[in-house]
Design a binder for this molecule. Structure first.
Ligand code: UTP
Ligand code: MG
Length: 483
């Protein structure tokens, strides 16, 4: 770098852009007139804003005295005030010295990062204002008559690559008319849980699934596996999946209201939403398996009480996700404030799990974005959808606002031989024909036809869970169902 010397050197840049560091690297301490240093001399420290007036008065004296002697003077302030800049330039001109402006063009994110790691960070809102202002100032300088405008790019830490977590949710409806999400309920991850989860998520994204849901149980349920099989805490596992850079929507299916107080579930879902740029959903249900509650010391109230809790929880969570922090008192929910940050980046889709016709479907109609049914039997499904629609009419809800989603547990094979090999491996003591009928055992093409029939019944999302899902290749084999 060769700048004129002697000269007036005026620094411009937001807090943390590296002005003082740059000055110290190129000039003697005595040559630098820094407003922060002077605050420390006439005030309690470099950040004593009460001492600003005195510090700036001193700074003006120093700049005037030094330039009058034709001594190089570096002015280390934010440099945002045009009147001050022009005043210093006039002093330089009067002394016959050239005027130099040095603009620290450090990326905003790097300024924020450096600021955050300081002992006394500038408040984020103040820094945001400075970053805005520094862009304006960059445009003002050219017309001011400086001899040299030097733009210094950031030095130091290389930019941290952004994790691709904020991709928008894409709509990935298959031509069958339903969106297919992968539901993961078994975790045969061997010695490498993180590798397995990552590979499953990446395969689901590659195969075109619209999302991925995790089962929420404390002990592996008998319908899926053995009690000693691993079953992860889903919000922790979803956080890990969120870091893998997919476009998948992520959530639980279904979180029992009995596991966590509603505020804690609301916090988990809001955090997942923030981490994924708004791709979080929440399946929630009344819970059903007494054993896991007893094992973990959780109360397991009666079914009517759990349904009351379900209703209460959805209301409380929606209050916590809503804008503002005011108290909430409505429909039996009393919260003295609703301060819950981060807020979800987009509305969290609430799927009410279960097909109970008297209350569960009514709760879905009143408070849900979807009802998640655990049947894909057409006759049963048609009936449940009718009941849901009646509840919607009763509570005055537009039925198009309550999606019908289905947990689909099919056996899927490559061809007829593969289908029947799987049926034989999975059926246990159940008769093969019964098991095959119950699991709609068939090829991808046959399941596509079935999904199209589900769409015709009003189903918009299918959570697909195959009973023998072992690894990413099994996920990729399902790709034909998502297009
Ligand atoms: P400075 O203290 O130099 O920033 O650097 P500044 O522009 O003068 O900020 P204000 O206006 O006085 O608040 C801020 C932090 O960034 C580091 C420095 O060590 C300091 O902790 N830094 C600076 C780097 O890590 N790399 C650099 O290239 C420059
Ligand atoms: Mg400084």
């Amino acid at each position: 770098m060769s700048l004129p010397d002697p000269a007036l050197v005026v620094l411009v840049g937001a807090s943390g852009s590296g002005k003082s560091t740059w000055a110290a690297a190129h000039y003697r301490a005595e040559e630098v007139a820094s407003s922060d240093t002077l605050r420390g001399i006439v005030g309690s420290g470099p950040h004593d804003l009460d001492a600003s007036t005195d510090a700036f008065a001193l700074l003006e004296s120093i700049v005037t005295a030094r330039l009058g002697r034709r001594l190089t003077t570096v002015v280390d302030t934010l440099g945002f005030d045009p009147a001050r800049r022009l005043g210093w330039l006039a002093l330089a001109r009067a002394a016959g010295l050239p005027g130099v402006v040095v603009v620290l063009e450090t990326p905003d994110a790097e300024c924020r990062r450096r600021n955050a790691s300081r002992d006394r960070p500038v408040p984020a809102s103040v820094l945001a204002g400075q970053l805005r202002r520094s862009r304006e100032v960059a445009g003002e300088l050219d017309g001011e008559g400086w001899d040299v405008v030097l733009r210094v790019a950031a030095e130091g830490a290389p930019p941290v690559p952004a994790v691709e977590t904020a991709r928008a949710a894409e709509h990935r409806t298959a031509s069958t008319g339903v969106e297919v999400l992968l539901h993961v309920s078994r975790f045969p991850w061997g010695e490498e849980p993180m590798t397995w989860l990552r590979d499953i998520a990446l395969a689901a994204d590659e195969a075109g699934f619209a999302g991925l849901s995790l089962m929420d149980h404390l002990i592996q349920i008998p319908q899926v596996g053995r009690v000693w099989d691993p079953i992860p805490e889903p919000w922790v596992a979803l956080g890990a999946i969120a870091a893998q850079g997919t476009s998948l929507r992520l959530g639980t299916l279904c979180t029992p209201v009995t596991f966590r107080p509603p505020g804690i579930t609301a916090k988990a879902a809001a955090t997942l939403s923030a981490l994924t740029g708004g791709r979080a959903f929440l399946g929630i249900g009344a819970g059903w398996w007494e054993r896991e509650h007893a094992a973990f010391g959780l109360p397991f109230p009666s079914a009517p009480e759990r349904l009351d809790e379900l209703e209460y929880s959805i209301r409380a969570m929606r209050a916590l996700w809503a804008p503002g922090t005011k108290a909430y008192a409505s429909d039996g929910v009393f919260l003295p404030e609703t301060t819950c940050y981060p807020r979800p980046s987009a509305p969290v889709q609430v799927l009410v799990g279960g097909g109970g016709e008297l209350r569960t479907l009514r709760i879905a109609a009143e408070l849900g974005d979807a009802c998640n049914l655990t049947t894909s039997d057409p006759a049963v499904l048609r009936h449940k959808v009718e009941v849901l629609r009646r509840h919607c009419a009763d509570v005055g809800r537009d039925p198009s606002e309550v999606a019908v989603t289905v947990l689909d547990l099919p056996v899927v094979g490559r061809d007829r031989d593969d289908v029947w090999r799987r049926v034989e491996a999975l059926r246990g003591r159940t008769a093969a024909a019964t098991f095959a009928a119950r699991t709609h055992a068939g090829t991808v093409a046959e399941h596509r036809d079935r999904h199209a029939r589900l769409a015709a019944l009003g189903v918009s999302q299918v959570f697909l869970s195959t009973p023998d899902l072992a690894g990413p290749e099994d996920v990729l084999a399902l790709a034909g169902l998502t297009t």
